[in-house]
Design a protein around this ligand. Structure first.
Ligand SMILES: CC(=O)/C=C/C=C(C)/C=C/C1=C(C)CCCC1(C)C
Ligand SMILES: CC(/C=C/C=O)=C\C=C\C=O
Ligand SMILES: [Fe+2]
Length: 556
């Protein structure tokens, strides 16, 4: 069975949960008894962040004491310390061909002293790396040193506007100053907590929805190297959190909140300059739809216009509104626009049924017998046009509704967008959502099938009852079947597919995920891409918080 590899770090024991945040500890008290941890890579004295004076409004956020910290799932508990690195003991067999680093980004620190953040998306970015090399596995994690994170640690208070959080203003004059800072973008966060991409030129960039939150990191040390400065004059403050990145391309969307629409831009490897491909004007609503992500096909960029739209007034507010910086405008309808990558021309713009989607899975062109494109097929994780999913992701809900069946239903939504001038597109479930427990988000595919007709998607689904997706699922879009992996009480992060070099089958490869367990532990998991059976796991020294999106950086 398992080929056990001996780790050079001291063995780790089950420990008492401590929710203080330590920076750069030389010795670790995380493992029950204190022992010298040779794998800790920084030699600074322990620094526990002290309490801050400002308390959050009690109606919005429960104080740490109000929630049962000991019963809180490690997935929704701040990372214990700023960094750690060491080799893990592997159970099972990591394929010898798997050589490279899986990087995963996510919002892993949700408090400043006693001040608790509200929403999953507010947390300061925690990067985790899994370096696979000839069957061995080294894990490391480290906080990204954004200006927002550094300022919060130095001043012991929130200094920038996060997803749902805004610094408190003392008086009217200060409020006017804040308004000016907001309009210039100075007060917006650069907390790059959403995703990480490897550009065609090798640079590794962590991203969020603010353009200033594009931060270059070193995938080996997890050092923050500096801001990724866009050298063009395109302006704007926000962009899609998920650009389309390949070895030759970087395409993203810049929403225009003044004249509702989107600029579609491209950046070449080695360059920091984005060039305009084209522009889409919105067809409905007072502002553009939220574009957390978008898909492409071989020839086209798909620009979704979701009825969940950015809201300029909400951006200016200090206190959160039910949908944060967004508003649901069903009367404004939903649309899909198809732009030619080469010319920037819009080849189709159709009304579609209402939808709520963070993540697009893939898209491809449907052709007739003469090879002419008749339609574009777009697959996504679709939340049944229900915006409740955003409130579901408050930390209070995630922490206190653990095990309750409150996860709203979701599905693989398949849009068909005709490009013959027809005014409407369709949206249907690509398979029976019961195949994956009616939970669906955090998807990946074999990247060699990006923009092409494909068969398999990997995502998180649900084993009910649950308040958050708690399975890994492999979706077969041809057979309309799913294979599911789950462990009672565990929260897995996005399944990430890595293709075997030389593979000819779409699902020939492995799927990597990181699991946060209900007992506070955690491990890296490797599943076979074809059978979806476990082939290896490696226990972490302590459980890590939930993380969002990843990237693969092959070893040199
Ligand atoms: C983690 C995730 O999925 C989404 C994160 C979104 C963020 C951090 C959005 C941030 C924003 C601001 C701080 C102000 C401007 C609007 C908006 C882009 C929503
Ligand atoms: C965690 C999440 C979105 C993350 C964005 O990057 C969505 C979860 C949805 C649950 O079904
Ligand atoms: Fe995302």
């Amino acid at each position: 069975m398992a080929s056990l590899r001996i780790s050079p770090i001291a063995p780790f024991n089950q420990s008492k949960r401590i929710d203080t945040f330590h920076r750069g500890k030389q010795e670790s008290s995380l493992f029950g008894k204190t022992f010298p941890n040779k794998a800790l890579i920084e030699n600074r004295p322990m620094l526990t962040i002290s309490k801050v004076a400002t308390n959050p409004p009690s109606e919005v956020v429960a104080n740490q004491e109000d929630e049962n910290v000991n019963e809180r799932h490690v997935a929704w508990t701040s990372v214990r310390q700023e960094r750690w690195q060491g080799e893990l003991q592997v159970q099972g067999e990591i394929p010898q061909w798997l050589n490279g680093t899986y990087l995963r980004n996510g919002p892993g620190l949700w408090h400043i002293g006693d001040y608790n953040f509200r929403h999953l998306f507010d947390g300061y970015a925690t990067l985790v790396r899994l370096n696979f090399h000839t069957g061995r596995l080294v894990m490391g994690h480290r906080q990204i040193e954004s200006d927002a994170y550094k300022a919060s640690q130095k001043n012991q208070k929130l200094c920038y506007r996060e997803f749902s959080e805004a610094p408190k203003t003392d008086n009217f004059l200060a409020y006017m100053g804040d308004l000016a800072k907001l309009l210039s973008g100075a007060s917006l966060t650069d907390n790059a907590n959403t995703g990480v991409v490897k550009l065609g030129d090798g640079r590794v960039v962590c991203l969020t929805e603010t353009q200033k939150g594009s931060i270059v990191i070193d995938p080996d040390t997890l050092d923050t190297l500096g801001k990724f400065e866009y050298s063009d004059n395109l302006g704007g403050l926000i962009h899609s959190a998920h650009p389309i990145v390949t070895d030759t391309d970087f395409i993203t969307l810049l929403p225009d909140l003044i004249n509702p629409g989107y600029t579609v831009v491209r950046m070449e490897p080695g360059s920091n300059e984005r060039k305009v491909i084209g522009r889409v004007n919105c067809r409905g609503g007072p502002s553009p739809g939220w574009v957390h992500s978008f898909p492409v096909t071989k020839h086209y960029v798909v620009v979704p216009e979701m009825p969940l739209r950015y809201c300029a007034q909400n951006l200016l507010k200090a206190e959160p509104t039910p949908l944060y910086k967004f508003e649901w405008h069903p009367e404004s309808k939903g649309f899909m626009h198809i732009m030619c990558k080469a010319s920037g021309k819009i080849v189709a713009s159709v009304e579609v049924p209402l939808f709520v989607t963070f993540h697009y899975i893939n898209a491809y062109e449907e052709t007739d017998e003469d090879g002419r494109v008749t339609a574009v097929i777009v697959d996504c994780c679709e939340h049944n046009a229900d915006t409740n999913i955003l409130q579901n992701l408050t930390l209070q809900n995630l922490r206190t509704l653990n095990g309750q069946d409150v996860l709203p239903d979701a599905r693989v939504g398949r849009f068909r967008i005709p490009i013959d001038g027809s005014p409407n597109g369709s949206l249907e479930a690509a398979l029976d959502p019961n195949e994956h427990g009616r939970g669906m988000d955090m998807c990946s595919i074999n990247p060699n099938f990006l923009g092409k007709k494909y068969r398999y998607a990997y995502a998180c689904g649900a084993e009910r009852p649950c308040n958050f997706p708690n399975t890994l699922t492999k979706i077969d879009l041809v057979e309309k079947k799913a294979k599911n992996w789950s462990e009672e009480g565990s929260v897995p992060s996005e399944p990430f597919f890595v293709a075997r070099p030389g593979a000819t089958e779409e699902d020939d490869g492995v799927v990597i995920s990181m699991i946060s367990e209900k007992n506070g532990d955690g491990f890296a998991l490797v599943l076979d891409g074809t059978t979806f059976e476990e082939i290896a796991r490696a226990k972490f020294p302590y459980g890590l918080p939930y993380g969002l999106h990843g990237a693969w950086v092959p070893n040199n």
